[in-house]
Design a binder for this molecule. Structure first.
Ligand SMILES: [Zn+2]
Length: 94
């Protein structure tokens, strides 16, 4: 069954599981017993593995928390000779 997010104005979000056909528009907040209304989020369908959700969360996190680097990546790459034939070294270079 999908997990739905309900939002309480005082306590924040809470997740509840309902069948799709019986999803109520509001539930009782488990913390303050107030009314938590359904938040407009996509339901978490199925039993996704933890690594999948971790990858999704990491991808979403890059939107507002991009990973930082401590130094500029080195642009110096060792030139790898493509050919070992000495005649090729004499060819004109572009
Ligand atoms: Zn509450």
């Amino acid at each position: 069954m999908p997990t739905y997010v309900y939002r309480c104005t005082t306590c924040g979000d809470t997740e509840q599981v309902f069948p799709m056909s019986r999803k109520p528009e509001s539930v009782t907040c488990p913390d303050c017993r107030g009314t938590a209304v359904s938040a407009f989020t996509s339901p978490h369908l199925g039993a996704g593995s933890g690594s999948v959700f971790a990858a999704v969360d990491a991808t979403k996190r890059t939107a507002d928390e991009p990973p930082l680097v401590s130094r500029i990546p080195s642009s110096q790459r060792r030139a790898q000779p493509v050919s070992r034939d000495p005649r090729h070294a004499k060819l004109p270079r572009a």
